[in-house]
Design a binder for this molecule. Structure first.
Ligand code: ADE
Ligand code: ZN
Length: 348
């Protein structure tokens, strides 16, 4: 028996109106081509593309690496504190309009420090945008620093050291970039140190890499969430374990289709994961590159997989429960979620 009777024609409005959290968004992946060109002009950076249209036309990816090459090139226009602020502010205003109440933004400091931009410049710009979002938009925005897994653990340790003067400005660490050939255990020491420092720990695993990478992220890095994790279905015992532990998966449906993890949205395994009792959330990953922000991910996933209002409630609730916010904040957001569902059900 469905708990929430909402007709299919009103489901898109519910998906957009419902309060939600976004837990897997790379802020550099929110850089729209228009902003890339504006920042290139502002900073005198030469781009390999002649126009916004030419850049957008290059967004035809065949796998994760084909995307990452363009994503890192796009980030080359970010030089000054204001650039980082403006990028994050653009995302946060969109998030507010999509009823995102809480977000945990990934950022990749090594992408910038490698080019001579200081950690201080990056974190100050991003954190100023987060402060503004809390004050002006009512969006609770926090930061998670990611280590690039194609670089060495030594490089990650240096990055962690450089971040320590700003330890209070981010809540956790993650692991991203090229997954295949760069297993979680490559970062055992740095993650142990991060846990000692009281940072939250998450990692991309099972996006392109095998189910074993998910197991190693859990057992060796001791992560609190798995980013992506869709390849867990290749190991039935792992699926059971994830369900039993209530381990959140931050799934990114449009990203998975764009990067050819699944051929079409109808082929995506998100419904299988939900049906297996996993704590699934929906996220946008790199919205400027993958064809849509969070609500577009909800709309296309629900249309492609025929999901209903009960699934919408579960996914939105999971997004709050899986966040690193306080229990008090979570309870307040879930009360707002309940009120939205009550109003949609009453009006049915
Ligand atoms: N960095 C930005 N987006 C990513 C993704 N989908 N996987 C791994 N690293 C990333
Ligand atoms: Zn990601």
């Amino acid at each position: 028996m469905p708990q929430y009777a909402v007709s299919s024609d009103r489901l898109p409005a519910l998906l957009q109106a419902m309060p939600k959290a976004e837990l897997h968004i790379h802020i550099e992946g929110s850089l729209e081509p228009e902003l890339i060109f504006a920042l290139a002009q502002r900073n005198g950076v030469q781009l390999a593309y002649s126009s916004v249209e030419a850049l957008r036309a290059a967004y035809a990816f065949t796998d994760l690496q084909s995307f990452l090459d363009i994503y890192y090139a796009g980030a080359s226009v970010l030089l000054k504190e204001d650039d980082f602020h403006d990028m994050a502010w653009a995302y946060l205003t969109k998030a507010a309009a999509e009823n995102v109440l809480h977000t945990e933004l990934f950022f990749d400091p090594q992408t910038h420090t490698e080019r001579g931009v200081s950690f201080e410049t990056v974190i100050k710009g991003l954190s100023r945008a987060c402060d503004r979002a809390r004050a002006e938009l009512g969006v609770d925005a926090t930061l998670i620093m990611c280590f690039l897994r194609h670089l060495s653990e030594e490089d990650a340790i240096k990055t962690l050291e450089a971040s320590l003067p700003w330890r209070d400005l981010f809540i956790g660490v993650g692991l991203d970039s090229s997954e295949r050939g760069h297993p979680p255990e490559k970062f055992t020491q740095v993650f142990a140190r991060c846990r000692e420092l009281g940072l939250h720990v998450v990692a991309h695993a099972g996006e392109e890499g095998p189910a074993q990478y998910i197991i190693n992220a859990l057992d060796i890095l001791k992560v609190e969430r798995i980013d992506h994790g869709v390849r867990c279905v290749e190991d039935a015992a792992l699926v059971k374990r994830l369900a039993a532990e209530g381990m959140p998966l931050t799934v990114c449906p449009l990203s998975n289709v764009k990067l050819c993890v699944f051929k079409t949205m109808a082929d995506h395994n998100l419904k299988t994961l939900l049906d297996a009792g996993l704590k699934v959330t929906i996220n946008s990953d790199d919205p400027a590159y993958f064809g849509g922000y969070l609500n577009q991910n909800f709309l296309e996933t629900f249309a492609g997989l025929g999901l209903d209002a009960d699934a919408a409630y579960t996914l939105a609730r999971n997004s709050f429960e899986a966040s690193f916010a306080t229990d008090e904040a979570k309870a307040g957001w879930i009360a707002r979620l309940d009120a939205t569902f009550a109003s949609f059900t009453a009006a049915a």
